[in-house]
Design a protein around this ligand. Structure first.
Ligand code: HEC
Length: 227
């Protein structure tokens, strides 16, 4: 594999050799077109054609070098942008965006929440308080579970199932910790789903934040105490 810098060096070498070997170059009013025809590296644009340039060889070289440098700098810049974009998205690879559809897909298909764990101090089904229904169960993903203290790690998700008295599932409420989503209220994305996945409300609802905001120091989490 050649990197852009070794390619640049090879191009320059080829060009210099072509110029010095070309007998036309020593003649008065010489053309460097032959040299340039060799100089069509990966950075040469398709529309670029060898130019006829007269007498001043160093000027031609300087100009050529300048163009080549420009292309190299642009290519390197592009590479940096692409690489940083890729690594940025890899940091959160596989995590859903802060919107109801992506999150629902994630917690039901990509990483089904029923396979997650419970907080150690809040296992299985519990009897709840208003407004979440008389019975509920809270599942947490590994990122939440492995957060030793508040605030929990980004990517943490808590899923709460609410049941009625007959133990029928009536709602699924979710809190999802997203970088820079809502810094003033703990960066939580909130959503309430019907059992079929219809979302309302979602985002930054004042209602959710109002109640859970009574425990800001516990990162808005009510069922688990960090020690
Ligand atoms: C009236 C107060 C109140 C409102 C409004 C409220 N919650 Fe809660 N929430 C609670 C309480 C209390 C608990 C603890 C469990 C219980 O007793 O039902 C809880 C628990 C939870 C949990 C389990 C994790 C934790 O923090 O303990 C989630 C997830 C959750 N709520 C999401 C939501 C979402 C999403 C909304 C908005 C759509 C919302 N809640 C609105 C009071 C509220």
């Amino acid at each position: 594999m050649h990197n852009p810098f070794s390619l640049l060096c090879m191009n320059l070498l080829t060009h210099l050799r072509a110029c010095s070997l070309n007998p036309k170059n020593s003649a008065q009013g010489a053309s460097y077109s032959l040299g340039f025809t060799h100089w069509r590296g990966p950075f040469a644009s398709p529309g670029w054609v060898p130019q006829k340039v007269h007498d001043d060889r160093s000027k031609v070289l300087r100009k050529g070098l300048g163009n080549q440098m420009k292309r190299t700098v642009m290519t390197a810049g592009l590479l940096i942008v692409v690489v940083s974009f890729l690594s940025g998205s890899l940091t959160h690879a596989g995590m859903p965006g802060p919107n109801p559809a992506d999150l629902w897909h994630y917690i039901t298909k990509v990483s089904p929440y029923k396979e997650w764990s419970f907080w150690p101090d809040h296992q299985g089904i519990q009897s709840g308080r208003a407004p979440h229904g008389p019975l509920y169960r809270v599942y947490v993903n590994d990122r939440a579970l492995n957060s030793p203290r508040p605030p929990v790690k980004y990517g943490s998700i808590q899923v709460k199932e609410s049941y009625n008295k007959a133990e029928r599932l009536i709602a699924i409420t979710v809190m999802y910790k997203v970088p820079e989503y809502n810094p003033k209220d703990g960066d939580w994305f909130w959503v309430k789903y019907t059992p079929k996945g219809q979302a309302k409300p979602f985002g930054k609802p004042a209602g959710c934040i109002g109640c859970h905001g009574t425990r800001v120091r516990n990162d808005f989490i009510l069922v688990h105490d960090f020690r």
